[in-house]
Design a protein around this ligand. Structure first.
Ligand code: NAP
Length: 297
């Protein structure tokens, strides 16, 4: 036991000097045990020699208000927010950024001058992931599968990136319509909106999408062998994007790649949203390759 303690303490000292000046960052979610965020952010602090520590807190919805108040009371520098708290957290913050207001969700909190400000870096992460792959949204026809939380950041990126047509596909037509209505009102009137269900994705119809983005959890570890739809119904020129990053190549992308389509997995989005959050807290950042290496360790 003593040996174990010594080793652990020495290991910690080699990395981040945790002392009375250490600033705290954390993740608030439920569950959080699967999260890569502690690994990413603690590696960033070690590498940049910044005195921060990042921990993950499993917060039940009933405790969210107390947890957010706790950030202020304990002098945390900031936090990430994940499922299921991204929208619910807003009412407990002092202000939110413009993207967070468009998306209706916060994934990053900065505590400064006694005030908590919410940001959404998922939209930025999605744009940067596409940019790294040479994919642009301007004048594109985009189909989004699944009308959930993550899809909102993708819709916001499509609006801000100048997409010409945005389709939302849900299992329930009412959900797709309600989703589209929320965004339609405040966006460029030249954008063509489409609310559909999976039954409308008939291979007999003209499915002229430039980009199809899986925003459902279908295909995510440990249920890896499934896809939301068969991507073979789209033209070979359609780019397939999956927000899932575990596994890196989902069934949806695997089928598309086998058919010769360009495919983009969600790891780049995870990395870029994390880099942006770290920059908001510390003013410092690293490049995407550094985070990729950190995740492989
Ligand atoms: P979510 O809210 O739980 O689900 C998204 C939507 O998927 C649901 O609203 C639902 O839409 C659809 N869906 C759920 N179960 C389904 C099923 N069995 N069959 C068909 N559709 C189903 O999840 P989320 O937070 O939006 O996240 C979605 C995915 O994105 C997750 O895999 C998550 O890991 C990933 N993600 C990745 C990043 C990244 O950085 N790469 C960031 C955020 C999220 P309808 O009811 O409209 O059909």
């Amino acid at each position: 036991m003593l040996e174990w303690c010594k080793l652990t303490l020495n290991e910690r000292c080699d990395h981040v000097e945790i002392d009375a000046k250490t600033q705290s960052l954390c993740l608030l979610g439920h569950p959080v045990a699967h999260s890569f965020s502690p690994k990413i952010h603690n590696h960033m602090s070690e590498s940049l020699k910044l005195n921060y520590v990042y921990t993950a807190h499993d917060v039940e919805p009933v405790n969210l208000k107390a947890a957010v108040e706790g950030l202020k009371a304990l002098g945390y520098r900031g936090a990430n927010v994940t499922v299921p708290h991204k929208s619910a957290v807003i009412e407990h913050l002092d202000e939110i950024s413009e993207e967070a207001a468009i998306i209706g969700a916060v994934n990053t909190i900065l505590s400064e001058g006694g005030r908590l400000k919410g940001f959404n870096t998922d939209c930025y992460g999605f744009e940067r992931m596409l940019q790294d792959e040479g994919v642009h949204l301007s004048r594109k026809h985009v189909l989004i599968l699944g009308a959930g939380g993550a899809a909102r950041a993708v819709v916001a990126a499509c609006i801000l990136g100048g997409a010409e047509r945005i389709g939302v596909c849900s299992r329930q037509i009412d959900s797709a319509r309600a989703y589209v209505d929320v965004f339609k009102g405040g966006s460029d009137p030249n954008i063509a909106w489409e609310a559909i269900t999976y039954e409308d994705l008939d291979p007999g119809k003209a499915l002229d999408y430039d980009l199809v983005v899986n925003c459902t959890p279908l295909g995510m570890h440990p249920n890896e062998g499934v896809a939301p739809i068969d991507p073979s119904i789209f033209s070979k020129d359609t780019v397939l994007v999956d927000l899932i990053y575990n596994p890196e190549l989902t069934e949806f992308l695997r089928i598309g790649r086998e058919r010769g389509m360009k495919v983009v997995g969600g790891l780049g989005m995870l990395i870029h949203q994390a880099l942006k959050a770290y920059e908001i807290w510390t003013g410092r950042s690293k490049d995407a390759d550094f985070v990729k290496m950190a995740l492989k360790k």
